[in-house]
Write a protein that binds this ligand. Structure first.
Ligand SMILES: C[S@@+](CC[C@H](N)C(=O)[O-])C[C@H]1O[C@@H](n2cnc3c(N)ncnc32)[C@H](O)[C@@H]1O
Length: 376
């Protein structure tokens, strides 16, 4: 039995040169440079771990001295359909660059974001072409150059696009709602969709507990993905205070919020501001109004939180969900510090949990802080 890299369909008898795996590149170069390779068919791995290089009709006979007694075998091959985008790359090049190929990629809407090692950067267009051919949902392939600036937006280098459309504006669907995003203009992580779903579930708990529509505040909203579920659910939210410091994020935020509200027969009253989250408290009309506060500013959550507490409603159960990047050894300390801070701000019936969502580095964790309380 062969381990095919390809799906087989109608079979055809084909002669193959059988070589040890370590000699594949050497023999493939000889076969290719002499025009003896059977185009459109990949190299197979045989059951005994050898490699089978497909030969065409112009290759010399099995007993020709050029083969140096290397074995030949007839193997049934069929019209091949590439299973993976790497199957579409020229076999010789693939052998050269295989160890540097991107092992994972991230799909943001119809944009495929790929980390490319320096060793294969020169071949980026060939790689992007293969990806576009194999992945029909992808419109644009971009190289990921990391996160940049104070708003932590993605530095993306467009490599190849379908029909020449290299726009980085795209749409993602999350929890049934379409969200406009541009990863080069505003932070967005699809990986946090479970956290957003958790906020939606917690909001419904708070709604049930209070027996009325709730007021939410998301001062670090980005393009507003956390609002998708909350603002489209009729009757759940009566007011929303939403903002971001990044003007480019706020442009998309405004469009997304208008779209969410249009889905709701009792749309919430919404205030959208482009400002530092700590400034919401400076307007008296926003103080003591919020039932649910989201604090998604992981690198600074712990320094911003005290400026946000004045927004919380008094004499009524309320909920704060925040996310922070913390030293693993500091988790208990942070729990104690926040418990004290909340108590100093008049919290009673306080229940605070600090749970790891994922590792961030060897010493740090990305954690969710969830705090139920009643401020006096
Ligand atoms: C981690 S992102 C969260 C975005 C969004 N909530 C989400 O889930 O995709 C943090 C956001 O806070 C914004 N930001 C950074 N500093 C800020 C500040 N001082 N005040 C308000 N927004 C800020 C950034 O522009 C970014 O959009």
């Amino acid at each position: 039995m062969l381990k095919p890299q390809w799906c087989l369909d109608r079979a055809k008898r084909m002669r193959h040169l059988i070589v040890p795996s370590v000699d594949t590149q050497h023999w493939f170069e000889i076969v290719k440079s002499n025009g003896w390779a059977q185009e459109g068919y990949g190299i197979l791995t045989t059951d005994d771990g050898l490699k089978a290089i497909p030969l065409n009709g112009s290759a010399p006979a099995d007993n020709h001295s050029v083969w140096q007694n290397t074995a030949h075998r007839i193997i049934l091959r069929s019209k091949e359909i590439a299973k993976h985008w790497t199957d579409l790359i020229d076999q010789k090049l693939l052998l050269e660059i295989k160890e540097f190929l991107p092992r994972s990629h991230e799909l943001i809407g119809d944009i495929l974001v790929v980390k490319l090692e320096d060793e294969i950067f020169a071949h980026r267009e060939i790689i992007a072409d293969a990806m576009l051919e194999k992945l029909p949902n992808v419109r644009l392939v971009c190289a990921d150059k990391g996160v940049t600036g104070k708003f932590r937006v993605r530095d993306l280098l467009p490599i190849k696009s379908r029909q020449g459309d290299s726009a980085t504006l795209t749409k993602v669907k999350e929890h049934g709602q379409v969200i406009l995003i541009d990863p080069t203009k505003s932070y967005f992580s699809a990986r946090l969709s479970t956290e957003r779903q958790g906020s939606y579930t917690a909001a419904k708990q708070l709604f049930n507990r209070l027996g009325r529509a709730i007021t939410v505040c998301d001062p670090y909203a980005g393009v507003g993905p956390a609002m998708a579920g909350l603002l489209t659910k009729t009757g759940l939210v009566d007011k929303a205070l939403i903002g971001d410091l990044n003007p480019s994020a706020v442009e998309l935020l405004q469009q997304n919020i208008a779209n969410f509200l249009s889905k709701n027969t009792q749309p919430a009253e919404v205030e959208i501001l482009c400002q530092d989250g700590r400034k919401w408290r400076e307007r008296a009309e926003f103080n003591h109004k919020v039932d649910l506060l989201l604090v998604n500013l992981p690198h600074q959550m712990l320094t911003h939180i005290s400026d946000l507490l004045p927004l919380m409603r008094r004499h009524s159960p309320s909920l704060i969900r925040g996310w922070a990047i913390v030293e693993k050894t500091e988790m208990q300390n942070i729990n104690d510090q926040l418990t004290k801070l909340f108590a100093d701000n008049g919290a009673i019936n306080h229940n605070l949990t600090c749970s790891e969502v994922k590792g961030f580095s060897s010493s740090k964790s990305f954690v969710r802080v969830e705090s139920w309380q009643e401020f006096q």
